[in-house]
Design a protein. Structure first.
Length: 409
């Protein structure tokens, strides 16, 4: 399994200038390649191949006075920018043809120097190196100071240098890690995600929603008001933008850290984890949009999925159209729709249900049923019948007895 390990970088002022130059060159190469292919399409010319694009946008462009400054940065950075463009086009074509499942992918668009996030990537053939003193050596940039929060499990295959909206620099290493199966446990859990309680487990455990964005709303409001009073284009406005970005980054980092801890605990304590396949995009268009985005359900379920694969656990998603809230987990009866303020309800079979716990139990049952249907043996295999049981006689009298659920012959 390939994972990313992120570490904070602290470049010097001179190295920041070199990184800004590399960001700009990669952005220009990406935009030139996109423009060339768009012009070829408008003129009815054939699709420009990857090799032809690299030759015209990088090799030949360096020989012209207009693009001679492309030689000031590592050629690997430029090649990886074109690789990103080619990947974007392949994903777009695969989405059009139906080979790529999920939401439709839009065609690639131009990159802007005003984007909040700038990134470049170095592969192994660029000969980047982690030095013995802990610094990261990048070609034509220098030795950058890294804050190593943990050791790399193996030699990285590539490293991406990222600058976020808050002005922070990160080194993102791609490493190959081996699976680490955990000891087998008996418990299996279904998870119902919500807003009042972030997660309700099928065993009755309720995890309160931390609401990191709501807790930071007062400070964010003050910073946004200060930003609105600054004159456009001024240096003070740029500083205010960075302050707002840092406040949002603190919220996102806190939420991600909390979700990592919770997902790791759930994976360690359960052999199988089942969640509901929520349509977060659709919920993000409702009046609860702010609370939905504050919860971060998609990131949390993604953590559960890759950690289950790494630690030898089972992960499954229940159908999003499953009436988990209205279905009785004891008898299977489906009741009428109920409002959000109804937290408990009684089934005619005599069962009393907590709304969220009942939904979590139904999700667990649906996940287990789907898993059995896809791979497990839920019934004995076919056995050849005995010779005296396999024959039929036309003149034999047929039985008219019936069993409940089986029609009469």
């Amino acid at each position: 399994m390939q994972l990313r390990y992120n570490y904070r970088l602290y470049p010097t002022p001179g190295q920041q200038i070199e990184l800004a130059r590399a960001f700009g060159c990669a952005r220009v190469v990406f935009n030139d390649g996109l423009r060339l292919r768009q012009e070829a399409r408008e003129q009815g010319l054939p699709y420009v191949s990857d090799a032809e694009l690299s030759k015209r946008i990088i090799t030949q462009a360096k020989a012209t006075p207009e693009r001679a400054w492309l030689g000031e940065v590592s050629s690997v950075v430029l090649q990886q920018a074109l690789a990103d463009l080619n990947t974007a086009y392949r994903n777009f074509f695969a989405s059009l043809s139906g080979k790529r499942k999920g939401r439709k992918v839009a065609p690639p668009r131009y990159r802007s120097r005003k984007d909040n996030r700038q990134a470049i990537r170095f592969t192994r053939n660029s000969r980047f190196k982690v030095l013995g003193n802990g610094r990261l050596r990048l070609p034509k940039i220098g030795d950058l100071a890294v804050r190593w929060s943990r050791a790399l499990p193996s030699a990285p295959s590539s490293v991406a240098v990222i600058k976020d909206a808050a002005g922070r620099y990160f080194a993102s290493f791609v490493v190959q890690v081996a699976d680490e199966p955990l000891p087998t446990v008996e418990s299996e859990v279904g998870i119902d995600l919500g807003l009042v309680h972030f997660a309700v487990l099928s065993d009755g455990t309720k995890v309160a929603a931390p609401k990191f964005l709501r807790r930071a709303a007062r400070k964010l409001k003050r910073l946004q008001q200060a930003l609105a009073r600054k004159q456009r284009g001024s240096q003070n406005r740029r500083k205010a933008v960075v302050r707002v970005a840092r406040a949002h980054a603190r919220v996102a980092d806190t939420r991600r850290d909390w979700q990592h801890k919770l997902s790791t605990q759930i994976i360690r304590e359960n052999q199988a984890v089942y969640v509901e396949d929520l349509c977060v995009t659709g919920l993000g268009r409702t009046r609860l949009a702010k609370s939905v985005h504050d919860a971060g359900w998609a990131g949390f379920t993604g953590m559960l999925e890759y950690k289950a694969a790494r630690y030898g656990r089972t992960f499954g998603r229940a159908d999003r159209f499953l009436p988990s809230t209205r279905m009785c987990s004891a008898c299977g009866r489906i009741t009428e729709k109920m409002a959000l303020n109804v937290r408990t309800w009684d089934c005619p079979c005599g069962s009393h249900h907590d709304r969220d716990v009942n939904a979590a139990r139904n999700i667990r049952a649906a996940g287990q049923a789907d898993l059995n249907a896809r791979g497990a043996h839920v019934r004995p295999g076919l056995v050849p019948a005995a010779r005296n049981e396999a024959g039929t006689h036309p003149d034999a009298a047929r039985s008219t007895r019936s069993v409940e659920g089986i029609s009469v012959l």
